[in-house]
Design a protein around this ligand. Structure first.
Ligand code: SAM
Length: 280
């Protein structure tokens, strides 16, 4: 038995699976959990792989730590999406964090992840009971939340791809709200899809971010379970040099995938993307 995620143009990423653990339709999306043969459990939303438990750090580390280590003092953090708990888990590893807020639209993803995925190290159940000292969970739309809340040092968008409830998270209007909600200095990061299969979405988002943030950066990372390499986009407000990360703070984290010593090597852009962005 296989689980296959179909990307555009008939490109697929397949896993051999031992069994299907769960299939449920929530208000927002179809949630599936499988036990794979070689990569632990797999969480899929509307047929797209969100993570495999054996390899998920290859996504959560490069999403979270570059911006956290580039910010001089990341104390108040907002995570939008991230219902599996992996992003918040990595955020809370930074001692500087005083308050982290996670806004996830789909409560069912949180419940399923807490029960069947388990990468959150017990965090999600505590959050649901309001028992987490430095973190808070809000069930709601990240867009609505940002209209009314400001004062973040770092905003991390760990959303599904730009369709359905996540579409607005890639709009210029949303980037403007995020810019307003950031302190200065402040940093925004979003996952931005497969480098070679979602090129138009990526260059479109880059272009819109350029119109809003003081500086915009692209980087990519080979993520286990996705059509790799995967793109990330960073928007900076004020005086932050995203090309430099704090190596001393990084050493305390004992990272497995993201290598701060080679931070700048992630900025390499394939020629066709560079040329496309230069045209913008
Ligand atoms: N790493 C994943 C990926 O890129 O495949 C993303 C993981 S996380 C499970 C994505 C979450 O974003 C989903 O649980 C989804 O419900 C949530 N989401 C989508 N749109 C949202 C919005 N507008 N506000 C808050 N959460 C949202």
């Amino acid at each position: 038995m296989e689980f296959i995620e179909w990307y555009p143009r008939g490109y697929g990423v397949a896993f051999r699976v031992k069994r299907k653990i769960l299939e449920e339709q929530s208000q927002y999306q179809k949630i599936e959990v499988y036990e794979t043969e070689g990569f632990g459990k797999l969480l899929a939303l509307d047929g797209t792989v969100q993570l495999v438990t054996e390899g998920e750090k290859s996504y959560h580390e490069p999403l979270v730590h570059p911006v956290m280590l580039a910010h001089p003092n990341p104390r108040r953090i907002l995570v939008i999406g991230g219902g599996d708990g992996g992003t918040l888990r990595e955020v809370l590893r930074h001692e500087e964090v005083e308050e982290a807020i996670m806004v996830e639209i789909d409560k069912k993803v949180i419940e399923v992840s807490a029960e069947y995925i388990g990468i959150d190290e017990g965090l999600l159940k505590k959050l649901m009971k309001g028992e987490c000292e430095r973190a808070k969970l809000i069930i709601g739309d990240g867009v609505e939340f940002l209209k009314q809340n400001k004062g973040f040092d770092v905003i991390i968008v760990d959303s599904t791809d730009p369709v359905g409830p996540a579409e607005m998270l890639f709009s210029e209007e949303f980037y403007r709200m995020a810019y307003e909600a950031l302190n200065s200095p402040g940093i925004y990061v979003t996952q931005a899809g497969s480098v070679y299969l979602f090129t138009d979405e990526l260059t479109g988002a880059y272009k819109r971010m350029k119109r809003v943030f003081d500086n915009v950066y692209y980087y990519s990372f080979p993520v286990i379970g996705y059509a790799s390499p995967w793109a990330f986009l960073v928007g900076v407000k004020g005086d932050v040099d995203f090309e430099e990360v704090d190596i001393d703070r990084a050493k305390r984290l004992k990272l497995e995938y993201y290598d701060p010593e080679n931070h700048k090597s992630l900025f390499q852009m394939p020629k066709y993307i560079r040329e496309e962005l230069q045209r913008l």
